[in-house]
Design a binder for this molecule. Structure first.
Ligand SMILES: NC(=O)c1ccc[n+]([C@@H]2O[C@H](COP(=O)([O-])OP(=O)(O)OC[C@H]3O[C@@H](n4cnc5c(N)ncnc54)[C@H](OP(=O)(O)O)[C@@H]3O)[C@@H](O)[C@H]2O)c1
Length: 298
């Protein structure tokens, strides 16, 4: 049994990870920003410590007495007006977490990265995730890195959003051809991987690509969701060049749905071999249709 400190526990992935840790008998201590406490509702008996990954001293206090750290905080969209940039939330935050862990004598660190993170990546999201990974690798701590493709499950920003569009819109807009491939992975599988990694010495010093068993294009994802909901999906493909030009002008508008950086990622395949991850943690893959059924029909 471990006492595990989690950053990002109020988020979509974090809630799943906290649940998996509790189910495995660990004590969970969540870093919570002021105002975000209600998002922990339903997680049961977890310890809560107010703080912010960008304020180092709040982490020093919060980690005392823990024997592992799971660092999940990350953003997909920058909000420069609020000083929420990739540089700060990926690189600076990770440096703070690593320094606080070292200071508190916490050796085991599980770090959330993302599939596609690599040196020389096109998207700034991936570039800064890579720099965070480099900091983790050179920390001297007992680290494990996870790089998921898109994660889906109850309360996500992917299937939930697409299913809403399929239900409500006569025609679903698709950016570009919709033919780039991704490999959606069911949240409980990701979460259990994190939980089991705490007690797998062989996972120390490893980075795992994390994904579901099959790759799908966005067009196929929409068709699968449509089949599940018994609706025919009519798609309107909006040319990428047009979306790029509109996005360059409109991305700072809060309700505009996409950023230039996200477009760069949308153009790339986001696929991998998930077997090393599944084998390392003795996990059973969950097919995308099975996960969809649990989400949309249960
Ligand atoms: N979802 C996916 O498909 C996916 C795929 C690959 C990788 N990832 C990575 O997984 C991680 C979690 O993603 P998610 O989808 O769960 O995101 P999310 O739902 O947006 O959650 C983000 C979390 O980070 C917290 N946070 C943000 N700024 C913070 C700060 N300054 N101090 C403390 N906490 C802060 C948020 O807290 P508040 O509640 O206070 O805002 C929230 O708990 C990210 O690193 C992401 O890059 C996600």
């Amino acid at each position: 049994m471990h006492r595990v400190f989690i950053t990002g526990a109020t988020g979509f992935v974090g809630r799943g990870v906290a649940q998996a840790l509790r189910a495995d008998g660990h004590i969970v201590r969540c870093l919570v920003r002021r105002g975000s406490e209600p998002l922990l509702k339903g997680l049961g008996a977890v310890e809560r410590v107010e703080g912010d990954v960008l304020i180092r001293r709040t982490l020093d206090v919060a980690m005392a007495g823990c024997d592992a750290v799971i660092h999940l905080v990350g953003i997909i969209r920058e909000r420069p007006a609020l000083a929420e940039t990739f540089e700060r939330l990926h690189v600076d935050a990770t440096l703070n977490v690593l320094a606080a862990a070292s200071g508190a004598g916490v050796r085991r660190v599980l770090h959330m990265s993302a599939l596609g993170t690599r040196p020389g990546a096109r998207a700034r999201y991936h570039q800064t995730k890579w720099r965070a990974e480099e900091a983790v690798r050179s920390s001297g701590l007992d680290w494990t890195i996870f790089r998921p493709s898109i994660v889906y499950g109850h309360g996500d920003g992917f299937v939930t959003v697409l299913a809403r569009m399929v239900r409500r819109l006569p025609i679903v807009p698709v950016i570009g051809s919709g033919t780039a491939r991704l490999q959606p992975v069911w949240l409980p599988v990701v979460a259990e991987g994190f939980a089991r990694a705490l007690d797998r010495p062989a996972a120390v010093g490893q980075a795992y690509d994390v994904a579901g068993p099959e790759a799908y294009t966005l067009n196929e994802v929409l068709d699968l969701i449509g089949a599940m909901l018994k609706r025919r999906v009519r798609k309107a493909h909006v040319p990428l060049g047009l979306v790029r030009r509109l996005t360059a002008v409109l991305q700072s508008v809060p309700f505009y749905p996409v950023t230039t950086d996200q477009l760069r990622m949308l153009e790339e395949d986001n696929v991998c071999d998930p077997k090393p991850f599944l084998h390392a943690f003795d996990l059973e893959p969950v097919s995308f249709p099975t996960g969809l059924e649990r989400m949309l029909l249960a």
